[in-house]
Each structure stands twice: as C-alpha cells, then as structure tokens.
Design a binder for this molecule. Sequence first.
Ligand code: C2E
Ligand code: CA
Length: 750
Amino acid sequence: MFDWLFLNDNALSPAEHARWRVSALRIILISGLVLEAAVALHVALDAIAIAAYHIVVVVVAFYLVLAIGVFHTAKRPNLAAAILLFAVYAAGTTILFLVNVDELAKLGIIFIYTTPIIARLFFGGRLAVALMAFNFLPFFYLLQNGPFVHYLPLNMTLPGSHTYLQSLVFLFFNVCVPLAVFRVLHAFDKSALRHHQTSAALEVSNAQYREFFENAGGAILLCSREGLILQANRMALSLLDAEHDQLVGRSLASCLRGRGDRLPEQVDTERLEEFTGWHWQTDDERQILVEYVTRTAQNSFIVVLRDASGVYMIKEALKRSHEREAFLMYHDALTCLPNRAKLRAHLMETLPLQEAGKVTPLVALRLGSIRHANEKFGNGIGDLLIQYFADEMRRLLPPGSYCARLRSITFLAILPSYESPTEAIRQIERFRLAFPQEFEISGNDVHVQFSTGIALARQGEVSPEELIRRCEVALESARRSKEDSPTLFSEADAALIRRSVDIELGIVSALRNHEFRLVYQPKVDANRQLVGMEALIRWQSPTMGSISPAEFIPIAERAGLIHDLTSFVIEEVCIFIRRLIDQGQDCPPVALNLSAIDIVRHDLIDLIDALTARYAIPPAMLEFEITETGLIGSEVLAISHLQALKTRGFSIAIDDFGTGYSSLSKLSSFPIHKIKIDRSFVMRIGENDKSELIIKAIVSLANLLSCVSIAEGVENEVQERFLKSIGCELFQGYYYHKPLEVQQIEQLLQ
Ligand code: C2E
Ligand code: CA
C-alpha cells in the first residue's frame, strides 16, 4: 500500500515529482472513497426506506466516478485529477440544487471552494487561479443568503441529510485534502533535506576539487570546450608568469602563441589536444612543456604544463654528447682535425676525381720535439704544442689543403694538385720553411722540430691506404736520416722500414727464446795490460741471421723494449762477474752500456741495487757507459741517477764523446769518471788534423775534469802512437782485441 501510494520516495527527480502528484491524487480519491463509504451506505439505505431511488442512483454514480478516477491514476493521472475536479463540482452542484434545506444546500458551495487547491496540486497555478476566479460566482450566490433555488423533482433531502452532509464536508476538508497536502509537503520537506545534503556534499567535493586542482603537483589549466581558460592553479600562473585575471577568459591558443615559435599557426582553438608536446623557452631560459591535454566528460580540457628545464638540459647534454661522440669517431679531440678513418674516407672520395697528368702531394709531419717539450715543460705544454702545431699547419698550408692527425704526433696534409712533382716539392718546401722554429706557449719558448715525409699521388695509381703507408714510410726514413730535409717515398725506404718492423717483433720473441748473448771487448792501458772490458750485446736470430746492436738497439728504444734488454744485460754481466769471482780469477771492471732511455728510467737504481745484491757484486767491478746525448733532455733525473750510482761506488763513463753538444759547464755537473773518445775521431787519426785536434781537446778536458780518457775503435799503430803521444790513458779496439765470447775472455783472463 505504501509503495502504491508512493510514500517511500527518497529523491525528487522529475519522475519522482510526477509520483508525488499521483500519490496525492490517490490519497484524496481513496481516502474519499473509504471515509465516505459509511456515509454513502447510510444515505443509500435511508433513501431506499423512503423509496427515493434516484438518491441511490446519484450516490452510486458518484462512487463509480471516484472509482474510475482511482483506476486512471496509474496511467492517466491528469484524467484522474480532472475526474476528481469534476466530481467535486458535481457534488457541490448536486448538494446546492437537490437538497431543499438552504442551510445544507450552502455546504455544496463550500465544497466547491476546494477546487483551486486541487487544481494547483495537479494542473498548476493557472487553472488554480482561474478556478479561484470562477468560484466567485457561487460565492456571490451564497452572499445573497437565499432563498436558494431547488430542483424539487429530484429532491435529495433525507431525514439524516444534515448529518450526512456535515460528515462529508468534515471528512473532505479535515481528512482527504489535508492528507494530500501533507503528502505534498512531506515530499517538499524531503526534497529540501536532500537538497541541503546534496549541496553540503557538493561543497565538500568542490573544496576537494580545488584542493586537488591547486596541489596536484603540476601546473594545470582548465579550459572550456571553446578553448577559453576557465581556471588556472598557482603553479600555472607562476609558469606563465601571469595573474589569474589576466588568464581567465582568454583563449589558450592566443595565450601560448608568441611564446614559442613552433606553435602551429593553424591549431584549432577547439582541438587543444594538438598542443600536447609543444614547448617554449621563457625569458629566464626555462623550458615549459605542454605535457598533456585531456578532454573531460563535459568536453572541457585539462591542460597540464611542466617546467621541463631539467629534462631538456639532460636531453641537450645527451644530444651534445652524441654529437661529440659522432665527431670523435672521425676527429681527434685535441686538435679537432680529422682522424685517420676520416682521412681515408676523404682520399677515397677525392682520389678518383684527380686530374690526369697532375700530382697531388701527401705530406706527413712528425713533431719530434714533443718529447723534449714534455720532459722540459710538462705534458700540458706538450698538448698545447700539438695544438699550436696543428693550427700553424692549417694556417701555412696552401689554400685547398686537407689536414688530418694520423696518430699521436704524426699529421698528414693533402695539398692541392700541381702540374709537376718539382712544383709540388717547391710548395712543400715553402710551407716547411715558413714554419716557426719556436712557439711561445704560456711564457715558454718551445722548440719546434719536425720530420717531413712526402708521397705523390697520381691518377689511378694506388689506393688511399697505400698512399698513407707510403707517406709514413717516407716520414720514417726522414726521421732516421736525421737530416732536416723532407724525404720522398722510395721502395728502398719501405724495405728498411719493413725490416725494422720485423726486428721490433723479433726482439720480443728473441728475449723469450734466449737468442741474445753478451760478448766482452777488453780495454787496455799504455802497456797493453787488460784493465777492463765492455759488455756488448749480440743477437743471432734464427730467421734474420746476426743483427748488429747498432741496428736493433735504436729500434728497441723506439718500441719501448729497451727496458727488457737492459735488464737482461745487467743480469748477464752480474752472473759473469760472479762466476769469475767464484772461480777466484782476477776480474777487471766490466762496463755496460745504458741507453738514453735507461738513464731516466725510474726503477733503474732499484734494478741495479737488486741485481748487484742478488749476485753480491762489489760496485767497483761495474761501470756504466752513457752516451753524451743520453744526458741531454731530462738532465735533472739523469744527474740524480748518476749521483746515486756514484754514491754506491759504481764508475761512470761518457760514451761516444765529441758527438754530442755537452758544454763544459754541463759536463762538470755530471759525476763522471771516464770520457770515451768517439770512434769516428780515432778513425781519422793521421788523415784529418781537425779530428786530431778534437781528440787533443777531449784528452785535456778529461785531465781538467780529473777523468780518465779512453779511446775506442783503435785499429792500428798510428792511432795508438798518436793517442799515447797526447796522453790518452786507456785504449779499446780491434788493434788489441775484438769483442770476445765468454770462454775466450775467460781464457784471456787466465
Ligand atoms: P759503443 O758503445 O760505442 O760500442 C762500441 C762499438 O764499437 C761496438 O759495436 C764494438 O764492437 C765496436 N768496436 C770496438 N772496437 C772497434 C774497432 O776497432 N773498430 C770498429 N770499427 N768497431 C769497433 P757493437 O757491439 O756493434 O755495438 C754498437 C753499439 O750498440 C754500441 O756502441 C752501443 O752503443 C750499442 N750497444 C751494444 N751493446 C749494447 C748494450 O748491451 N746495451 C746498449 N744500450 N747498447 C749497446
Ligand atoms: Ca760503449
């Protein structure tokens, strides 16, 4: 029943609005039917008792009308409401005209006064007002206060009419209509409550939304479907550097356009999604990104902006590092010159375009003075020297030249093509001579010395790789020649270089396979008494035959293998001396040669200490020969090493004296005991006065420095006689002894 009366509605949607009307209608009709039932039944019984059957018909008719009204409430509530109104008017009229007691007839008109409220409930205000106006007619009629017109043929007055009518009016006004109004007011109360609750919830959700909007951790704009900015949170205002009022109401497109130059002009203001990914740089160099644009269910847009400076910085750095990586694949980091790979690619490209009959010179340069610069001024200046050298090369080369850094200190330039080789060489000479002899680097005068190798390219002759190789071969022979002029590539040089590569590789395996041995050349005094000997290394290679130390020692020095060779020599000499001592033989001091690289070797003293200790060698039995040139360069370290050797009691000889450039002052600072006059001077005794003069000067110098003088390479009596005549003290050479094998020297000593 409750459901049927729709008393349980909880919300006031339009559908529910219709429901309370039906509910109210049914309440009036049903309560009317139920409450009036008793009255009507009594009326009917009274009427039958006095045979007034028309009254029964009218009462039944009213019941039927009301029942029909109830029936229609479900599907046609308006019809039901109209039936209710009709029933009220019909009842009023019936009472007015068919009850012939004036006082009771008036109740019919009072009955009618309920119609405006019924009309308002079910048909709205207009009909209600119309009926209010219409009801003036019965009101005025009532104002006359009778006598009222009665239609007597259908008189409905019964003995209990007074009770029936009063009951009807009472029930209708006191029960039916109030119940319906209560129902309506109940619905309105609920609606009001619901409205109150909804708006409270809305307020909460709105506050939450604002909270979220402001603190979502991003700069957010809310835009209408037309692309107008509706709201902007604090972060968005700060990112866009604008006040809230300046932004709200503006179109997003016009607001962003002009900030960056990459905003597509044709972006449709209503398709804001297209802004996604767009970014711009602010005046203070921040990168702002439109991170994403989302269309909401209401077709508005949420635009999220982000300060992506960090990400862009990383991206930029990454991009730059990729570019640098790509650059360094084909360029040298120090000079930014193309590297070997790039040079080869360039030659591949340009060689086929070479004009027939012309020559293109390739010039390889090797910056030899770098070692000196590194040692004297440090590696930083060395690096700068390479940079200055590269810059100067680029500056001095003829226009149209291509310049590359082949490897560490070797550069290669490709000059433009020339009509003849002579012309090409002339151009190279011009370039070479224009090169400064010194650079001023960080306040230091840094000497510039470089070797030059040249290869000439003619159309269709050889591959780029072969051209580069030829250039390197020419450079290598220029370096060996020690003359300062450029060397043109030749096949003989190439063979020489190939051999030096073979030797370099051979040394490594020779050390492993014990292919090296020592021979000993005696040194004698003026009476030809053996006073010492010099250990000299020998290499008998199974593949290359006997190789002279004069050939493989410089190669070992260049290849960084001299350390191993020297270690081998020192140990062999120690073993040799130990054996002689153990055999109880007289053993004169044994000299061994240290190369220029050995003398600056950091572990030199430790090595000598360790070996002499291991074999218990008295220091007086070991002598070290150091070439004069070996002392130039890193003098400080060399002197400290020599000093350490002297302190330990070893003696030191300057080898090949006269070929270097040691000044007297420098020489006096070296802790030396012997000066060995170079063989090249001894060789020319009796032929060249100048050599004899030099030898005399060296012997006096030795006297001056309290050093022993010794001549090497003495081959005949003439040389001996001259040397003795000028006071040379010791002698070494084929004239006395050739270098002897260990057994031979042992026999000699016995
Ligand atoms: P060096 O130190 O000047 O050695 C003397 C060289 O002259 C030796 O050549 C020796 O055999 C040669 N010689 C000696 N007397 C005469 C002579 O009367 N006439 C001629 N024409 N030559 C004579 P070798 O053994 O071929 O050594 C050549 C160079 O190789 C040496 O010159 C030395 O600088 C270097 N060397 C030899 N052994 C070693 C070594 O163990 N270590 C180092 N670092 N260098 C060594
Ligand atoms: Ca020597």
